[in-house]
Design a protein around this ligand. Structure first.
Ligand SMILES: [Zn+2]
Length: 155
């Protein structure tokens, strides 16, 4: 799925999209702010609060990465079938099969930004620079809350 940054999320009028990139997407690049990248990683790995929803059975592979030489080799923390395993040593999440939800800090409280979980990979490996409101929304979110993306947008 390829959507233009900050266009409306087609499934809910209270959300906008960020980071839905494809092979032909042109995007601004920047070195990601370290604190924001770390926060994003923690949010993706967190189970409570939970910022992920729409778990799929399959995986969307990064279209900017070449196919790995041996698709059956699972290298911890690295690519697997063109997806990436995020891990902090305790929790693991294979990126590319769920959506990431964060409150849109620029709007009233029932508005959200929806990104693919691969956004972490796009930012870190391909220097994709998301709209500033994405990082601001990530930094504003608490890791100590009862936020549950599945409850808000799941199903
Ligand atoms: Zn990639």
């Amino acid at each position: 799925m390829v959507w233009e940054d900050l266009s409306n999320y087609p499934y809910d009028p209270h959300a906008r999209v960020v980071g839905w990139l494809g092979m032909n997407s042109a995007f601004k690049t920047a070195v990601p702010p370290a604190a924001a990248l770390e926060k994003l990683s923690k949010m993706l790995l967190s189970e409570k609060p939970n910022f992920c929803f729409g778990q799929a059975r399959g995986f969307h592979h990064c279209e900017f990465c070449p196919d790995p030489p041996d698709p059956d080799v699972d290298i911890e923390g690295w690519f697997y079938h063109g997806t990436e395993v995020l891990s902090d040593g305790v929790s693991r999440r294979r990126l590319g099969s769920c959506r990431f939800l964060v409150r849109d800090i620029s709007k009233p409280s029932n508005h959200y930004l929806v990104a693919p979980s691969l956004i972490y990979h796009y930012v870190r490996e391909h220097r994709y620079c998301p709209p500033q409101v994405f990082w601001e929304s990530v930094m504003a979110e608490s890791l100590d809350s009862d936020f549950d993306a599945e409850r808000i947008f799941g199903g």
